[in-house]
Design a binder for this molecule. Sequence first.
Ligand code: AMP
Ligand code: MG
Length: 326
Amino acid sequence: MPQLIRVDGFLMGTFVQISAYTTENRAKTLQKGMNEVAHLDALFSAHRSDSEISLLNARAGDSFVVLAPETNALLKKALYWAQKTGGAFDPTIGPVVALWQIGAANPTIPHNIPLQRAIKRVSYRDLVLSNDAVMLRHEEQALDLGGIAKGFAADHVASFLKSQGIKSALIDLGGNVVAIGKRADGKPWQIGIQDPQKPRGTAIGSVSIANRSVVTSGVYERYFEKNGKRYHHIFSPKTGYPVENGLLSVTILSDSSADGDALSTALFVMGKRSAIDFLKKTPGVEAIFIEKRGDKTIITLSEKLNKQFTPRTTHYALETFEGKNP
Ligand code: AMP
Ligand code: MG
């Protein structure tokens, strides 16, 4: 009988869990998968002074840096989605993230002058990719890949595990989930969607998936409160402030988790109406929006998810929209 084995870690600023059903004990394989995440964290982290991203930031406006293929691939993806989303997703958001310090020990509301300076430095158009060398055009510009790196890492681990012959597994990087195959009993995986207004671990519903990624961006992930107001970690590149458009979370279902990760952040920034227009042009991607309208909470699903989504409570209005047929 296949048995469930699991390894846990804390990497990329989040809990990482890799679980698999296999007939033999493959804990070593899963541990190698975890080591892959550690490897990517060391390359991508904006918090470690010796990461490739920090090196690139330090050389901003000065010189090109030759990067590892993994970092190059990540930056290519990041730039692709920045272009596609018209900068709603912008990997050069670093100066803004650095001012707010959300998720760190002492988060603060930045003063206007430094914030205006910071948003002037945010522009994905200044991320120059030339073969395997990369540069930020201007001094004091800085990358922050927090909106895509976890998804990229989840994809990376999934292909590693598949290459090792694993046929049924779940990779979870702090709510960035990739499912390989189905569960051992042949049924699809059930992935809980966090209720943004309830304690962590309380699901508002679940989606059933096989060979698919599920990624959520939400106001509950990282935030601080001041004078009764919540400031979360998803910023408008235009204002430098946390986005306030009524959305509490955006969940993306896609084949690639890097795509899903970039899109969950981007669609959150766009707001629901523009996000739905965007999805109509984007095949192979489905979404779940959870928003607050007045005192009502509304869940809006891609029509295709109607059968895949099971609500866990009836306290919320459920709506659907038509997406792009692949
Ligand atoms: P996620 O949880 O995937 O939505 O990513 C949020 C993280 O992405 C934040 O903690 C920042 O590091 C970064 N971020 C915030 N706003 C943006 C944005 N507009 N575009 C790209 N990355 C962002
Ligand atoms: Mg994201």
